[in-house]
Design a protein around this ligand. Structure first.
Ligand code: ADP
Length: 158
């Protein structure tokens, strides 16, 4: 049984994340979406709210679970008996940080590897921050997030 963990802030989950989830879910027996519970990042949604949103929009993937975690990622990955961390890469600007994190994680937990899925081109520009920015100007979000998430973002920003 191969388990992978896809960690992130997901504040909120976008079609870019869902694209990575769909592609990673066919590579592993079990894929855990792990929401980082980090109040230092000053998120728009609580970890619980983010978990609920992701559960709703991934309910059609039978091998996808959604959870939240705090503390060190590799400790969480070990607790889940997972061997792989999944991350997405959009542009070179993501690369330096991602490489450093992957190397640090490997130093601490050599049995855990990180794999990167490069973004599908249509989502290369898409990030949770951009979605929040556009939402603040009351623009439609239909191209960026599922309708369920759009509604939650609207309610939150009211
Ligand atoms: P974090 O704060 O951990 O970067 P994010 O929710 O911003 O959390 O991103 C989680 C992961 O999803 C990261 O690996 C990020 O590169 C990836 N990701 C975010 N948006 C996209 C996208 N549009 N296409 C591909 N990967 C993405």
């Amino acid at each position: 049984m191969r388990t992978a963990v896809y960690p992130g802030s997901f504040d909120p989950v976008t079609y870019g994340h869902l694209d990575v989830i769909a592609r990673a879910s066919v590579m592993f027996d079990r894929l855990i979406i792990a929401v980082l519970n980090n109040s230092a990042k000053n998120p728009l949604f609580s970890a619980d709210e983010r978990v609920k949103m992701i559960k709703e929009v991934t309910k059609d993937f039978p091998n996808v679970e959604v959870d939240s975690f705090d503390g060190l990622l590799v400790d969480y990955v070990r607790r889940q008996n997972a061997s792989v961390i999944v991350r997405g890469l959009r542009a070179v600007t993501d690369f330096e940080y991602e490489l450093q994190m992957a190397q640090m994680n490997r130093k601490i937990a050599p049995e855990v590897d990180t794999i990167f899925l490069t973004t599908s081109l249509e989502y290369a520009y898409l990030s949770s921050s951009i979605v929040k920015e556009v939402a603040r100007y009351d623009r439609p979000l239909g191209e960026f997030v599922p309708p369920f998430v759009e509604e939650k973002v609207r309610l939150k920003l009211k």
